[in-house]
Design a protein. Structure first.
Length: 198
């Protein structure tokens, strides 16, 4: 048994379940909602590449460097996106939450906040993580605001960190939440989830 094993994490509006090829039809439909693969600063598969992306993530799971989830809407039971634990470092009890995307129709709903709460709770409470990291493009302001709303702190910016579409260089913002910060972050997440939504 490894440090991290597949698990189902369920909340009020979302269920995180181990990613599999059975989720491909829903995820193909999900990327069409907003044509997410056309965003140059992030990496979302086009509809015809969804199966290949699922297999890529499952291969990384087999190697021990990723644990991918399908994000299911509790309301519909259908997959509305993907998220993962990645850059898993058992020796240092550290991991990253990332490679996350959601169909446009569920963005800015409780689903993302709840998924982050479920993933963070499992990381800190079940896996005894010392730190959980988040990374995003410096120009992905929607993602940066969402990470900052969680209570994560900016550790720094990796300049010219990755080559993205059309050989454009991406600066990557690295954020983290430390174990001793988790209780305050949890209180903040519970408060956010308790707020009325329009």
């Amino acid at each position: 048994m490894g440090w991290i094993e597949p698990v189902i994490l369920a909340g009020e509006s979302a269920i995180l379940t181990p990613l599999s090829s059975v989720h491909a039809p829903d995820l193909r439909e999900a990327v069409l909602d907003g044509e997410l693969w056309k965003l140059w600063y992030t990496s979302v598969p086009s509809p015809e590449l969804v199966e290949a992306e699922i297999e890529r993530r499952l291969a990384l799971q087999r190697s021990g460097s990723m644990l991918p989830f399908a994000v299911l809407s509790k309301k519909t039971g259908r997959a509305v996106g993907m998220t993962t634990y990645l850059n898993i470092e058992p020796r240092h009890r550290r991991l990253e939450i990332g490679s996350t995307w959601y169909r446009t129709g569920v963005q800015r709903t409780a689903i993302n906040t709840e998924c982050k709460k479920l993933l963070l709770a499992h990381a800190f409470d079940a896996l005894s993580c010392i730190a959980v990291e988040f990374r995003t493009s410096s120009v992905n302001f929607q993602s940066r605001r969402a990470i900052e709303r969680l209570g994560a702190k900016l550790d720094g910016i990796l300049r010219s960190h990755q080559i993205v579409s059309s050989d454009t260089l991406r600066d990557t913002c690295v954020y983290s939440i430390l174990a001793h910060e988790w209780p305050a972050v949890l209180s903040n997440l519970d408060w956010q989830l308790g707020k009325p939504r329009s």
